[in-house]
Write a protein of this length. Structure first.
Length: 361
């Protein structure tokens, strides 16, 4: 008898596996952390093997004492706008370049020599920027020629884990719309943008509806995760898209704010919300037929992590002695600080910024 839905969120700092009842009630969850490598001022990478280890570990812990045959389906959300090149066998050719990585500024400028920013915004719902996947792939082509030549497909984080679970290399419309090369109207890759970028369509995976069952847990994946072979796997969506569904914004008029490592304000609509200054952007909504207008910032909660690591070192040491969280000690100091923080203003531009500033520096 099927009793549970297994949902994963492959985030910036770790993977969270969560078990729900079929009517949506939270049953249990487990989290496995992994590291991000920051370098060169605005570069950010992760090792995809760490994702797989975290996904397997959190799933095995969650399934202890439970019957894997009671899982009705498995679905991942994940960090968006990344670029992981894999070969024909699905083997990663380098580390994953994260959404917040802004190394491809020259490639963005080169793209704009061939196509206008207004055309890109009109087609994709997003302005051209180094944060997006197609510019990141252009950087790999220009700087890591052998890797680009051997790239069979580029995948986002959750799409890579879906491949490890099912053996099928696909993405879905929500994540695809974070590539800067996906047409909101045709729900397909844009030939005009790919031509301007000098990127072959064959390097991009097939894109399906977020609700599509893309395959089943393979025997190898079953052995690694503790799941049952043959369990259906749903395509899923990016973390922003899944947050939109989770908060209940599944029809026009419901708007919300998300605060995590990054942060955004988003809503649901039938048409793109086009800003003449191209400050906001629009995704394909995970719910078929809708779009997801949005504005976001790079470093929200991760600014707090930076503060802990770089400024509140004494509190971190004290927390170790007290066997508590450093954030609890920092929160206490915050509560004692007068409104206005004695005139201190912090600008959270630690990895450049997206909307509304759009400045990679």
């Amino acid at each position: 008898m099927k009793r549970y839905l297994l949902a994963h969120d492959l985030g910036t700092s770790g993977n969270k596996a969560t078990l729900f009842s079929l009517d949506g009630e939270l049953v249990d969850s487990r989290t496995s952390a992994y590291d991000t490598c920051y370098s060169n001022g605005n570069w950010a990478e992760q090792n995809p093997d760490d994702w797989w280890k975290a996904a397997c570990e959190s799933t095995r812990e969650l399934m202890q004492g439970r019957d894997a045959g009671e899982i009705a389906s498995v679905c991942f959300s994940g960090q968006m706008m990344g670029c992981l090149p894999v070969d024909k066998n699905g083997t990663p050719l380098r580390n994953h370049i994260l959404y917040c990585d802004q190394r491809s500024t020259i490639q963005t400028e080169n793209l704009l020599e061939k196509i206008s920013p207004e055309d890109i915004y009109r087609i994709t719902g997003h302005r051209p920027s180094a944060v997006y996947a197609i510019e990141k792939l252009m950087w790999i082509r220009d700087n890591q020629t052998d890797i680009y030549k051997n790239t069979w497909k580029i995948l986002n984080a959750k799409d890579y884990i879906n491949f490890r679970l099912t053996g099928r290399m696909v993405t879905e419309h929500n994540d695809a719309s974070g590539s800067n090369a996906f047409d909101l109207k045709t729900l397909d890759w844009s030939d005009s943008i790919l031509e301007a970028a000098g990127i072959g369509r064959e390097k991009l995976p097939e894109s399906v509806l977020s609700t599509t069952v893309i395959g089943e847990i393979t025997g190898e994946a079953a052995a690694a995760t503790g799941l049952k072979k043959g369990t259906p796997v749903v395509a899923g969506a990016g973390d922003g898209g899944c947050a939109t569904v989770g908060i209940g914004s599944v029809k026009p008029g419901i708007t919300y704010n998300y605060l995590g490592s990054s942060s955004w304000i988003s809503t649901t609509s039938l048409e793109p919300v086009n800003d003449p200054e191209m400050r906001t952007f629009t995704w394909v909504h995970p719910v078929p037929g809708y779009l997801q207008p949005c504005g976001s910032m790079q470093t929200a909660g991760s600014s707090y992590a930076w503060l802990k690591n770089e400024v509140a070192r004494a509190e971190s040491l004290e927390a170790e002695k007290l066997n508590t969280s450093a954030y609890k000690l920092i929160d206490k100091l915050v509560e004692e600080s007068p409104p206005g923080a004695n005139g201190i203003i912090f600008l959270p531009y630690l990895l450049g910024e997206r909307s509304p500033r759009w400045n990679p520096d």
